[in-house]
Write a protein that binds this ligand. Structure first.
Ligand SMILES: [Zn+2]
Ligand SMILES: [Zn+2]
Length: 352
């Protein structure tokens, strides 16, 4: 039997585990084994598989060694077959149409901040999903727990992304971006000159989430009025218990109530300044809640449906956001990531 590509099989396993909501650290065994195997020469790999000594290599364990041996032997690894058999079905109706219309993802993280994978692995997963672009939005400096990027590191990232884009397939591009912290007074946690340079700016509240409503409202409205901000990220900051929590590696009971603010004023500011409200697809966020989303739809807001992915497999969570958007009757033409890349970039560059 012709051998399969063990690197592709290991990465596919990691992707499916991430998509199923497994914590990134649990998936790391498969990603690091893939990296190890990719760096080995074929003969050594085959010899070790034949001798049964794959697991003597650091970074390859018993489970990953078995997968590699099965791949090389030309059969789909049992581990992978089991995961593929739980493969999701297509989304029905309006949710499916929305998903079909999405051309990219405007909120994603790499291991430059608190994501689990290198930028190139995120990009390759996005290419496989059929995206035309992926906006890389690592965190800003003040969010030190998430290794937010100080200006100098962000500049280095911009150079790095420019080089990566030269190597990626035609018809796909990594767009530059940031998930910038909305500070106490509503200012944004990054140098103006850098925010100006970025393709897309997502602004989110990550601190003082319990600010009193008038304070929080002012803070959010100030940020929305800032011409650099394009998309308001996970607007309530709530955390909900994800399905299967506990047995999927999530921290048990890690929930958080939504922040309080004047919803009408925040939405009016988004409409006035032409900014988009993010429909965050993460199962542990589901932000904004449906009630708020419906108000925003009626007010005429723009939206972006994003994953806030911290690992490649999570890039396939867009369907969750599409389901919620469809339930709340979000019109396709008001979702900025259904637009062509040119139109998207014209929009992000055009706020006065
Ligand atoms: Zn965030
Ligand atoms: Zn994020």
């Amino acid at each position: 039997m012709a051998s399969r590509d063990p690197v592709a099989d290991l990465r596919r396993i990691a992707f499916l585990l991430e998509r199923a909501g497994e914590a990134t650290y649990r998936v790391r065994a498969f990603r690091s084994a893939a990296t190890k195997v990719a760096a080995m020469d074929d003969e050594e790999l085959a010899a070790r598989a034949a001798e049964g000594t794959l697991s003597e290599i650091s970074g390859i364990g018993d489970v990953t060694a078995r997968c590699i041996a099965e791949s090389l032997g030309g059969e789909e690894p049992v581990y992978l077959r089991r995961l593929e058999s739980t493969e999701g079905v297509d989304l029905p109706g309006a949710a499916g149409e929305l998903r079909e219309a999405l051309r990219g993802d405007c909120h994603t993280h790499s291991d430059w901040s608190d994501g689990g994978s290198p930028i190139e692995e995120m990009a390759l997963a996005a290419v496989e999903l059929g995206h035309e672009y992926l906006v890389l939005t690592d965190h800003s400096p003040r969010l030190t727990v998430a290794r937010g990027l100080p200006p100098a590191r962000l500049r280095r990232q911009l150079d790095y992304v420019a080089r990566l884009n030269d190597q990626l397939p035609d018809g796909f591009r990594i767009l530059t971006g940031i998930e910038v912290d909305i500070l106490d007074d509503g200012s944004l946690d990054q140098e103006d000159a850098l925010l100006e340079r970025l393709d897309v700016v997502v602004g989110s509240v990550h601190s003082k989430l319990r600010d009193e409503s008038p304070r929080m409202t002012k803070r959010m409205v100030n940020a929305i009025a800032n011409p650099h901000l394009d998309i308001l990220g996970h607007m309530t900051g709530r955390k909900v218990a994800a399905a299967g929590e506990g047995d999927r590696g999530h921290r048990k009971g890690h929930t958080r109530p939504p922040s309080t603010f004047d919803l009408d004023r925040v939405i009016a500011a988004c409409v006035e300044h032409g900014k988009a409200i993010e429909i965050n697809s993460r199962p542990d966020r589901l932000d904004p809640p449906k009630r708020m989303l419906t108000v925003a739809v009626e007010a005429g807001c723009l939206f972006s449906i994003d994953t806030d992915a911290h690992a490649p497999g999570q890039l396939d969570w867009l369907g969750f956001g599409c389901e919620r958007a469809a339930l709340c009757k979000v019109p396709v033409e008001r979702v900025v990531n259904t637009w062509s890349m040119d139109r998207l970039l014209e929009w992000t560059a055009g706020h006065a």
